[in-house]
Design a protein. Sequence first.
Length: 251
Amino acid sequence: MNTKVQKDGYGTFGNLSKTYDGIRPTIPDQIIDDLFSHLPHQPRILDVGCGTGIITRQLAKQGVTIVGTDIDARMIEEAKQYLEKIDYLTAPTEKLPLPDSTFDAVTAFSAFHWFANAQALAEIKRVLKNSEYLFIANRNQTGNLRKEYLQVLQSFVEKPLPSAKQNYEPADLLKSAEFVNILEKKLPIVENLSVEQALTYVRSTSLWNLIPEWRKQEVEDSLMKFFADQVTEGFVHRPIEIQTVIGKKRI
């Protein structure tokens, strides 16, 4: 699967970088611990599709050497605002400007569905050391909340809303690329958001680029009303299933 990316359309986030960086969450510590349980001491990590570096910075706090890449220079510029010892590069995962057999792990957090194709997997394998790991984490919204707020968005967009995760099975993709020892885990959590946070999250998704500029205030008003109706015990409750898939590069 490969989603065609158009400038400031579905699949691009650069024009949303500040909103994105302000609302997107880090990953639970137990996910990070699970990743590091497979890696050598002080590993060298490549974080592809790193966006504004939210998880990249979280990984860097573990004392690793880390490089973050993203296809959108505006996301990388936002990431560089933080004075962390992280190397950032603007590059598609399908064409990484990095030497062979360099990394102990390649990670993709909430990003792999955007470049889940054979060329990207071949590049990931190229830059991985032998017998080292590709680690994918996806945040999949469960329950009806996402379905219902997408219905609100759909009412303002003429064409059906696209989905990069349609028919997306990362474990199967790793198998097809001849990764071995593939492990898949799922961690259910619930995020508690204010109405404003719930709205801001939607505005951080690239679906927001599909809303005509002249209708965005109207959409925001509709979403605010929708999320206000979802509040119980002071919050909008968003159920999430964090899916992780790890596979080892075959020697």
